[in-house]
Design a protein around this ligand. Structure first.
Ligand SMILES: Nc1nc2c(ncn2[C@@H]2O[C@H](COP(=O)(O)OP(=O)(O)O)[C@@H](O)[C@H]2O)c(=O)[nH]1
Ligand SMILES: [Mg+2]
Length: 394
């Protein structure tokens, strides 16, 4: 065999290996594509999308957002792992969590029932009924309505039979909680856009946790989700959200720079969701004191900037149910800044102040859509008036 033949043989071998390798690669890529919807497709890295090479996402308006000195969006592809968690379906969650709701709130229900069943109620007894309701954060207005209705029924009927009183209470409370309100979360694509959900509230109320839990509720409904970590104050906040996402295969759009412009990150998250043809993008924001003007203005900016890409269909205000009057003040201040479409009441597992549901709905004219009933990943339930009232008064 001459040197030419030898060279020829080597070349053939190399090309066989190369073609084989290429075929394997194609098969791999195909196989990956075919595996699909176990996890959403990983978003492209910004460098892929940045065809102009100007450091900006293609299509981004110059004036859309201050890019905060070259904000990079870290879109680490989520690993497609067989160990993704399967979140519990939202249906029936409140039933499972009912005991937690009842544990503290039924104290109020029981106190009321005991008072009302006593018979021959004096003025002082009625004052006690009123105090019990006020202590549950029902609010002055609703408390007066309820007491007046109960007084009339007791007077007209003349009975204080516990079962009868229980049924009156149930009916009156249910009316106050208002079953006619639309409590569905807007989480379907509309007009060719993903649904955009913006989550706002004071620090520590449970925003990030609720974004993570809501993501799971929607994953259980087979929705494709993207998280946007627009709390850019601390890197830990984005890490926290990303961890929630990774457990269920939801990609998180975040900035790698602390203090980056939150509107810009929110914009990138919505853009990524559009490119991925996701169903929903949920944007977590930094906790802000409702008394801090600049930060409250920023919320309006986030919404405006996002709406250059897709309409914000849902602005969820997260309130800590244990904070009472302070929570109510927060609600009012936030409602002045952005049009709230729904309330998430967290920490309902540790409070006897369930009356805040009625109070906050009346103040804002907006329904409580979700309630947090614990720190577990699936401890967030769609709010159901009937189950709620039943849990309180049995
Ligand atoms: N018991 C209970 N704790 C909750 C609930 N929701 C959130 N938390 C806790 O509240 C704390 C603050 O939550 P986080 O989501 O970080 O608040 P953020 O600052 O508003 O983002 C965390 O320790 C959560 O586990 C809930 O429904 N019940
Ligand atoms: Mg947070």
């Amino acid at each position: 065999m001459g040197p030419i033949d030898e060279l020829w043989e080597i070349l053939t071998l190399v090309s066989v290996v190369a073609v084989g390798g290429l075929a394997m690669l194609v098969a791999l890529v195909r196989g990956r594509g075919g595996a699909t919807r176990q996890a959403p497709r990983p978003p492209q890295r910004p460098s892929d999308r940045d065809r102009d090479g100007d450091g900006r996402t293609a299509g981004a308006d110059e004036d859309v957002a201050d890019r905060g000195g070259g904000v990079a969006v870290d879109l680490e592809p989520e690993p497609i792992t067989p160990t993704l968690e399967r979140p519990e379906s939202a249906r029936g969650r409140l039933q499972r969590l009912r005991a937690r709701l009842a544990r503290s709130n039924s104290a109020m229900g029981n106190a009321l029932l005991a008072l009302l069943s006593r018979g021959g109620l004096s003025e002082t007894d009625w004052e006690d009924v009123e105090d019990t309701l006020l202590a549950s954060d029902l609010g002055v207005e609703a408390t007066e309505e309820l007491v007046s209705s109960l007084r009339t029924q007791v007077k007209v009927d003349g009975t204080t039979d516990p079962e009868q009183v229980r049924s009156w209470l149930h009916e009156d409370l249910l009316r106050l909680v208002d079953p006619s309100m639309d409590r569905r979360i807007a989480a379907s694509r509309t007009g060719g856009h993903p649904a955009v959900i913006l989550v706002v509230g004071v620090n520590g109320t449970g925003k990030t946790t609720s974004v993570g839990k809501l993501g799971r509720v929607l994953v259980a409904e087979d929705k494709d989700i993207v998280f946007g970590a627009a709390d850019t104050f601390r890197a830990a906040a984005a890490d926290q959200l990303q961890t929630w996402g990774q457990r269920v295969g939801v990609p998180t759009v975040r900035s790698d720079q602390e203090g980056a412009d939150p509107a810009s990150v929110a914009y990138d998250a919505v853009t990524a969701a559009v490119e991925l043809e996701a169903d929903v993008v949920i944007i977590d924001t930094a906790g802000r004191l409702h008394t801090k003007r600049g930060l409250m203005d920023e919320l309006g900016k986030i919404k405006r900037v996002v709406e250059k890409v897709a309409p914000v269909g849902e602005v969820l205000l997260v309130l800590d149910a244990t904070t009472g009057q302070n929570g109510m003040r927060q609600a009012e201040e936030f409602a002045k800044e952005v049009a709230i479409t729904g309330i998430v009441l967290t920490k309902m597992d540790g409070t006897a102040k369930g009356g805040i549901v009625v109070n906050v709905q009346r103040k804002l004219g907006v329904p409580v859509k979700l309630i947090g009933l614990g720190e577990g990943p699936d401890d967030l339930a769609p709010f159901d008036p009937e189950a709620f009232v039943s849990a309180i008064i049995g």
